[in-house]
Design a protein around this ligand. Structure first.
Ligand code: NDP
Length: 347
């Protein structure tokens, strides 16, 4: 059968911003003769994620990430439906997901990269398996639970950066559900600020591109900051950390503001910020969702319940067509998404 796939065409290079032209759409022929252990899947939705910027480099800078190879099919989070199977445990019609889904309209993949999922967990919104009831929701929930130290009744103020994105939008809502008295989001547009406050129940929002962040943060967090869910790093995080309370906690989720720079992860901090962390006894441990596989099943159930009951609202930005993978990835890296960036390939 003829299928379309996206390959890596070129690398952004040292300290380079990715562009859609780094990716190339190709037609290729897929053999329908499955080998033992293989499953033929039709792709429904694909995910683009910040960590993929590291996979575009020859050296990813992270021991757990392998580089994508030039002219080879790119892969990442995906969800789809089984067309045929020579792998026990999978049969036609099953809905499946994987962290290593090829950017391809149909694929023959090894069954051991697939997980079967129950569409009822997301009331049929299958793209949620890539976001709120998938990797980014898990990152928000497990990050909060493992590193946030949120305690009901403790009068805590939480700040989230990258707040209108996939992880940030869920983390802030979990902060509210877990009992923070104030949840303040920092993000890059007025539209996003409005969505955080009016749709997701954040207490306040700050536009880091327009507002005086230190002044507005002081105004929104009169009792200082107790928990900081950090998705972005850089100047925004330096400002938040400067206003954190003694013995408070940073959830070191990601540092997207530094991903186009050729620095190791986590990127180095300024002397001033290091001193603020030391002198105020602020915890800032690296968090990696993949280290908590044993907690994922229970966490997914919790996320599903919150989403189904409406206690957590899900925002998505959906782009149609495999030909737009590169555009969607670059748009997400530049803040074009509200909520999870999804690419829809087929019904
Ligand atoms: P998002 O949906 O949040 O999309 C990325 C967002 O980052 C953009 O929308 C943009 O929003 C913001 N951004 C881009 N450049 C900058 C910048 N220079 N300064 C501030 N904000 C910027 O992506 P995810 O939710 O998927 O990922 C969020 C973070 O979580 C990333 O750092 C990612 O690496 C990390 N992550 C970590 C995991 C872990 O296990 N630790 C797992 C998954 C994700 P805006 O308009 O606000 O600028």
């Amino acid at each position: 059968m003829q299928v379309q796939r996206v390959v890596l065409s070129s690398r952004p290079g040292k300290n380079g911003a990715p562009v859609p032209e780094n990716f190339r759409l190709e037609e290729t022929t897929l053999s329908l003769d499955l080998k033992d252990g293989e499953v033929l899947v039709r792709t429904l939705f694909l995910s683009v994620d910040p960590y993929m910027r590291c996979r575009m480099n020859e050296d990813t800078g992270a021991e757990y990430l392998t580089p994508w190879q030039l002219s080879e099919s790119v892969d990442g989070g995906g969800v789809g439906v089984v067309k045929s199977s020579r792998c026990s445990g999978f049969s036609e019609g099953d809905v499946v997901t994987s962290f290593n889904w090829p950017w391809q309209t149909h694929s023959a993949v090894k069954g051991n990269i697939l997980q079967k999922v129950d569409p009822q967990l997301v009331d049929g919104h299958l793209s949620y398996f890539l976001g709120a009831v998938g990797m980014t929701g898990l990152t928000a929930l497990l990050g909060m639970r493992e590193k946030g130290h949120v305690t009901k009744g403790a009068n805590q103020t939480m700040v989230v950066s990258g707040a209108a994105g996939a992880c940030g939008s869920i983390a802030g809502q979990i902060g509210r559900l877990d009992g923070c008295v104030r949840v303040v989001g920092i993000c890059g547009s007025e539209e996003k600020c409005r969505a955080l406050v009016e749709d997701l129940g954040f207490s306040a929002a700050i536009n880091y591109r327009r507002d005086d962040v230190p002044a507005k943060l002081r105004e929104c967090c009169p009792d200082g900051v107790d928990v900081y869910f950090d998705n972005v790093g850089g100047a925004v995080s330096d400002t938040v950390i400067a206003q954190m309370n003694n013995s408070s906690h940073v959830i070191l989720c990601g540092q997207i503001s530094q991903y186009n720079k050729d620095v190791p992860y986590p990127p180095p901090l300024s002397e001033e910020t290091q001193e603020a962390l030391r002198s105020k006894n602020i915890t800032r441990e690296r968090f990696m969702v993949l280290n908590y596989m044993d907690k994922m099943e229970a966490a997914l159930l919790q996320l599903s319940q919150w989403v189904k009951s409406g206690q957590i609202k899900v925002l998505e930005t959906v782009v149609n067509g495999i030909e737009n993978m590169g555009v969607a990835f670059c748009s997400m890296m530049n803040g074009g998404n509200v909520g999870k960036q999804i690419i829809k390939l087929s019904e």
